[in-house]
Design a protein around this ligand. Structure first.
Ligand code: AMP
Ligand code: MG
Length: 419
């Protein structure tokens, strides 16, 4: 085994910086799934495979923004109240009204087409009126209370780009443009398994030395949150043959394989060797904490990430590496996390030369300012630190010391769909 490590994996002896690993993931990724049409009702969370160009102006016609009276400001008398005869009655849903008769007003309701010749709508609350006439106070502001055609989206405008994940507001926007169906990327097929002779299914009674499988359930949920289809491939024993056979089979009908455990350099760690036997490893050992062993490679066209076994490391590494890769393979534009810069409510010494992610909480200090505190227990076996946190603090490779009040980068969990 040592020979294989030295020969085939020599490059991986140096720990790869997190930024370099992310850059490699990003450079090599493109959508691997085809397209399908979905109705608007089924489009939430799907990724657009077409640019959405507005075929029409939205709104399609000039229309009243309030219930009131439409008139032309040229017809107002200076410095005195003006009374105009009401010459038309225009409700929402009617045909294009006739042009406004000069010197008159139209009764109009919200969403109704503004008649040509009118340039102002006054709210009904701001006038005195009866069925025949309306009195408009002096100093009334003109040119307001109506919405021009195309003020939101103009005909021919590209409103949403291919690669955008559809949120409720985007689906509303597609509806406003008149789309009934959308072309979206098919769901990515993702295989998930755990590995380790000590790992048992929750619900079973594990024997001495056994523990319950955390990672598979956490990873499958994280994957589903991105909209991908999950195949639950269970728990692999710690043998090279079983690992090779399982990866080989999974690669045949999945776009991505995620495994956890067995990715280090111990005698019982077979994931990296199995990938190397069946395909290629792109990187394996990273300058990160939690984590370090994290294998990325390919078996034919199927991408594969082998996460470290410790559940915190698996959870965090999924967020930082797995999540963007999965999104991009699914057709989404690579989601670069937004890093909030906030003062630290803690001090800490850190080893240089690796990127670290602390589980952390947002807080408000006594002056009402936002700050971020690290969870008190940071061990990579402390799964409750993930449960008790709102996000991750990212400490860059070069940093060695954080003092209270220093600016640190905070990545809310909401960015990884795990808030
Ligand atoms: P490994 O990298 O396989 O040596 O695993 C590192 C640590 O993570 C060990 O303590 C394993 O028992 C633990 N571990 C590995 N896989 C899982 C899992 N699926 N659920 C919970 N703990 C795990
Ligand atoms: Mg193991």
């Amino acid at each position: 085994m040592a020979t294989i490590l030295n020969d085939c994996f020599a490059e991986h002896h140096k720990l790869l910086p997190a930024e370099e690993a992310l850059a490699r993931l990003r450079a090599g990724v493109s959508p691997v799934v085809g397209c399908e049409e979905v109705s608007l009702a089924n489009a939430k969370g799907r990724i657009l495979a077409q640019n959405l160009v507005s075929p029409n102006n939205v709104p399609p016609f000039n229309n009243a923004a309030v219930d009131g009276y439409a008139f032309n400001s040229q017809d107002l008398s200076a410095n005195i109240e003006t009374t105009l005869a009401i010459s038309a009655y225009i409700a929402a849903g009617g045909e294009t009204p006739a042009p406004l008769q000069s010197g008159s007003a139209a009764r109009i309701f919200t969403g109704a087409p503004l008649p040509a010749g009118a340039d102002t709508v006054i709210m009904q609350e701001d006038v005195t009126a009866d069925e025949q006439s309306v009195s408009i106070p002096q100093h009334t502001k003109t040119g307001i209370n109506w919405r021009p055609a195309g003020e939101d989206m103009s005909a021919g405008e590209t409103v949403l780009l291919a690669g955008h994940r559809l949120r409720p507001q985007d689906i509303g926007c597609a509806a406003a443009m008149g789309y009934a169906k959308l072309s979206v990327f098919k769901r990515l097929k993702v295989a998930v398994f755990s590995s380790g002779n000590e790992i048992y299914e929750p619900g079973q009674t594990p024997p001495e030395g056994g523990i319950f499988d955390v990672n598979r359930y956490m990873l499958m949920t994280q994957v589903r949150q991105t909209g991908a289809e999950v195949s639950d491939l269970g728990i692999l024993p710690d043998t090279l043959d079983a690992t090779v056979a399982a990866l080989d089979l999974a690669a045949k009908n999945h776009d991505l394989i995620l495994s956890s455990g067995g990715v280090s350099t111990g005698d019982k760690d077979h994931i990296a060797h199995a990938i190397n036997q069946l395909g290629q490893i792109n990187f394996w050992r990273l300058a990160i904490k939690p984590g370090r062993p994290l294998a990325f490679g390919h078996i034919a066209n199927t991408a594969l990430i082998g996460f470290p076994g410790n559940p915190v490391a698996t959870g965090v590494c999924f967020m930082r590496f797995g999540f963007p890769l999965l999104c991009a393979l699914s057709g989404q534009i690579w989601p670069e996390p937004i890093k909030l810069t906030l003062p630290a409510a803690f001090s800490l010494s850190k080893k240089p030369g690796r990127t670290e992610w602390l589980r952390a909480n947002l807080q408000v200090d006594t002056n009402g300012r936002s700050q971020v505190d690290k969870h008190p227990r940071q061990g990579s076996g402390i799964l409750t630190s993930l449960v008790g946190a709102d996000g991750l603090i990212e400490l860059c490779e070069s940093s060695t010391r954080i003092e209270i009040g220093d600016a640190v980068s905070f990545l809310p969990f909401s960015q990884f769909n795990v808030a």
